[in-house]
Design a protein around this ligand. Sequence first.
Ligand SMILES: Nc1ncnc2c1ncn2[C@@H]1O[C@H](COP(=O)(O)OP(=O)(O)OP(=O)(O)O)[C@@H](O)[C@H]1O
Ligand SMILES: [Mg+2]
Length: 404
Amino acid sequence: MADGIKTVGIDLKYDRNKIKWIILSVSIIISVTSIFYTNLLVSQLKDREQSQIELYAKALQYTLDAKLDKDLNFVSDEILIKNNSIPTILLSESGEIIHHRNIDIDSALNEKQRKQLLYEELEKMRGEYEPIEVIVREALTNEINLVNYVYYRNSFLLTQLTYYPIAQLSIIAVIAFIAYMAFDYSKAAEQNSVWVGLAKETAHQLGTPISSLMAWVEYFKDQANIKDKELIGELDKDIKKLQVITERFSNIGSTPVLSEEEIEPLIGSIIEYLRPRISPKVEITIAALTKGIKAQINPPLFEWVVENLCKNAVDAMSASGNIHIFILKGSEGRVFVDISDTGKGIPKSKLKHVFDAGFTTKKRGWGLGLTLAKRIIEVYHGGKITVKSSEEDIGTTFRISLQS
Ligand SMILES: Nc1ncnc2c1ncn2[C@@H]1O[C@H](COP(=O)(O)OP(=O)(O)OP(=O)(O)O)[C@@H](O)[C@H]1O
Ligand SMILES: [Mg+2]
């Protein structure tokens, strides 16, 4: 992470990244070892086939030499027959095919088609290896009597083995991809259950002290000496806020119910709540393109998002500035809520991290505000939250996109 950015709390990404690296490294090690080993096999098999074909050419030479004795002829015949895998063509000096071996020819083909197929094969062989000369000399004068050429190419086995690493790599890549996706999915599911479980438990635990506080306030209201005090009113407000917080946690811990709500008055009430809690030098305005824009939302959760975005906006301003909230209707029934500030902006390099859990540039920040906002908007509302624009020392606009 870049300088000046601290990551607080448990680094959720650390383990995930570690396992991703392990999957990647293991895949690379398997691939490299397999390619290396197969290449070794290929080159050994090639050498073997090469010497086999040289032996084959020699055997041919003996066979063609009529003066050799019968025993030798038998040996060379054996060698010739032993070549039952390498495709070969024996070509005369004048370019005529004298003999061929291990070339699949469909028995249904006529003589002309057979010939054509053999010459096509010959062309392929020419492209692969130089032919081996088979020279038969006069026994006495040692003059060259006859020159033939053995053309050949890799056996089917060797060809297959050459392509084998590609097939193997593709399979490894597919398996690694599936493993990676499965891992990502299970991680997301795990995080999901942590969020939900923690939220439920918090809502549950807050219930008891809040009921008790409410009872205490009722008790104080009956006490003649303190009942008119301002204190009671303030306590009442704080209890209400605690109830809102409990409701938020309880909503995030269950499947929240969405209802069609008018956005402008809802945001108005949030601002009303925030107003006395933030610096008077920060001006908050709200405007809507048209009156009565509605969207499908869960009010307690949506309020939480707007509150988080406004708090971030205030934090981004050193002393004074403006926060402007603009509500508009887009195409296909979309509703946009743009929250703009005149704060310090987000540097480009940090833009892609702002929604990451634990990412904060603040001394007392948890780096959870935007993660929570994103989760509420995307998971619970099926909407989107993005940084619409941000410029350093000018300001930032966050956009929430909802369905009406
Ligand atoms: N309006 C904004 N202007 C400039 N930077 C912002 C703005 N909103 C968010 N950021 C940057 O994104 C970071 C993450 O924001 P987020 O709300 O997730 O966490 P936080 O505010 O640091 O901590 P907390 O968990 O208390 O909200 C902030 O620390 C800040 O650097
Ligand atoms: Mg925040």
